[in-house]
Design a protein around this ligand. Structure first.
Ligand SMILES: *[C@@H]1O[C@H](CO)[C@@H](O)[C@H](O)[C@H]1NC(C)=O
Ligand SMILES: *[C@@H]1O[C@H](CO)[C@@H](O)[C@H](O)[C@H]1NC(C)=O
Ligand SMILES: *[C@@H]1O[C@H](CO)[C@@H](O)[C@H](O)[C@H]1NC(C)=O
Ligand SMILES: *[C@@H]1O[C@H](CO)[C@@H](O)[C@H](O)[C@H]1NC(C)=O
Ligand SMILES: *[C@@H]1O[C@H](CO)[C@@H](O)[C@H](O)[C@H]1NC(C)=O
Ligand SMILES: *[C@@H]1O[C@H](CO)[C@@H](O)[C@H](O)[C@H]1NC(C)=O
Ligand SMILES: *[C@@H]1O[C@H](CO)[C@@H](O)[C@H](O)[C@H]1NC(C)=O
Length: 414
């Protein structure tokens, strides 16, 4: 009975993505041949370590166990062999239902982590609990134990981030790291520094690419959907502890109907994945497209997915348990906003007018709640949410801000 309800829920999710698929196919792609559209790439099915090797870099996989038993993959690109010294330590943190692959997907001279490595930084790339690389736990089995999937951004912030930050500080033998993050990766560090203020001192500076906290103005269809179903699904709390958007299919179990392995089915599935992530036809080039399709999404819990609907509805606030449990947990009907007065570390945010997830209006709300922050709104008004990690102009717009700030504390906003 319980399992069959879960399966039903999964099927409903598929229909959501089918609907999104139809709208995207019609508005963006027309009736083009979909296989020809995506093409293929020798880089599309590789793991982080394999992909880095293919691209001419060395990468290692480390495992870090959190206080609550999750075993996370942490990738390391050691200081480039061509460098005499290290310029510092950079951690790159991925966004919602994505993975550390994001910082190498665009390839040499274009991807965040390769550019930092070329500039002699020691680069570390964690993966949040539940994604493709971090489906492991000291006691729970992600394939059979619902408990494994009982998490959202709050657990990522309070358990995953401290574990990987402390591990890197120890291994790299440094007192501070610089933090480059996309979307959810910004959200989680904000929550961490609010809850455990001692982490402020461990971060030299945080670069928030498309930073997300308040989402009132997010127009992205999936966020709209999340906010719509969040209150409904919260009534059936246990059902939220399931995996969604796993790599290899929209949903691994029932998704096989759509995401079979034939040449015809695969592109259809890919489009659905794209629809779920947002799509920008200007920045994502043909060589990168099939790699994104092959490596994303990378999975998270349904509870975490729904959590973003809560943020859209409630502002940048704590977990919403529903009225009665909120009263017990917080002494009030609605969850309180996170207290950002403890976030003292310096931030550099980069936003774009074309970002349907991190709307500039919402970023400015976040900025007004922080003490040490600067905001660059890109002058290119076509740059979208995923372009911050996959776009061809990353080396022109984004990484110069990071490198220049680290080198001399200043940057030019282009
Ligand atoms: C090191 O430099 C050589 C020569 O310029 C270059 O071919 C190679 O790709 C570089 N290695 C890395 C990891 O950047
Ligand atoms: C999970 O972690 C344990 C302990 O590190 C390891 O022995 C095991 O191989 C891992 N399992 C998977 C599926 O990665
Ligand atoms: C760590 O760094 C300190 C100071 O930079 C140095 O004295 C020490 O030898 C280093 N430890 C290791 C294990 O490399
Ligand atoms: C802010 O940090 C202090 C400890 O420095 C802590 O007592 C307080 O609870 C923190 N505020 C929040 C909202 O977590
Ligand atoms: C912001 O942080 C930077 C780097 O730590 C520091 O140099 C600067 O003084 C801070 N500014 C303010 C207003 O606190
Ligand atoms: C950002 O929010 C403003 C105000 O709601 C809205 O007019 C604008 O269209 C939004 N931008 C995007 C890209 O969604
Ligand atoms: C990194 O260090 C090298 C010397 O090892 C220096 O030439 C280069 O300018 C530095 N780059 C940055 C971004 O700090």
């Amino acid at each position: 009975m319980f399992m069959s309800l879960q399966e039903n829920l999964k099927l409903n999710m598929i229909f959501l993505y089918l609907l999104t698929l139809l709208s995207v196919v019609h508005t963006v792609f027309g009736d083009d041949n979909l296989t020809a559209l995506f093409g293929s790439s020798p880089r599309q099915d590789l793991t982080f370590v394999e992909l880095a090797k293919y691209d001419g870099y060395t990468a290692e996989q480390h495992f870090v166990t959190t206080e609550d038993g999750y075993i996370l993959s942490l990738f390391h690109i050691p200081v480039n062999e061509n460098c005499t010294t290290s310029n510092g330590t950079i951690m790159f943190m991925h966004g919602l239902y994505l993975s550390g692959d994001d910082c190498i997907i665009p390839g040499p001279d274009k991807a965040h982590c390769y550019i930092y490595s070329n500039n002699c930084y020691d680069v570390w790339v964690p993966n949040n609990r539940g994604n493709f690389y971090s489906r492991n736990h000291t006691t729970y089995d992600p394939d059979t134990d619902a408990e494994f999937w009982d998490f959202s951004i709050d657990e990522m912030a309070i358990y995953d981030l401290p574990a990987v930050i402390d591990y890197v500080l120890l291994k790299a033998n440094v007192t501070q790291i610089s933090y480059v993050a996309h979307s959810q990766g910004v959200t989680t560090l904000l929550i961490l520094c609010s809850k455990k203020p001692e982490y402020n001192a461990k971060i030299k500076v945080g670069f928030g690419l498309s930073p997300t906290a308040w989402l009132y103005n997010a127009k992205f269809i999936v966020i709209k959907f999340q906010s719509l179903i969040a209150p409904i699904l919260s009534l059936t709390d246990a059902l939220l502890n399931v995996e969604i958007l796993a790599r290899g299919g929209v949903l691994q179990s029932s998704g096989e109907i759509l995401c079979g392995s034939t040449a015809v089915e695969y592109p259809f599935c890919s489009i659905i994945i794209f629809a779920a992530l947002g799509y920008n036809e200007f920045q994502i080039t043909n060589d990168v497209l099939p790699v994104i399709v092959g490596l994303t999404p990378a999975g998270t819990s349904l509870r975490n997915f729904i959590r973003w609907g809560q943020l859209h509805n409630n502002g940048f606030s704590e977990y919403d348990y529903g009225t009665i449990k909120n009263l017990l947990a917080y002494g009030q009907i609605n969850p309180p906003l996170y207290d950002l007065s403890n976030v003292t570390m310096p931030w550099v945010f980069v936003g774009s007018e074309n970002d349907y997830v991190a709307n500039v209006t919402d970023i400015k709300t976040l900025v007004s709640n922080l003490q040490n922050v600067s905001l660059c709104v890109l002058s290119d008004k076509t740059f979208g949410h995923l372009d911050f990690i996959y776009g061809k102009d990353i080396p022109n717009y984004i990484t110069p801000i990071v490198l220049s700030t680290l080198e001399n504390g200043e940057y030019t906003c282009t």
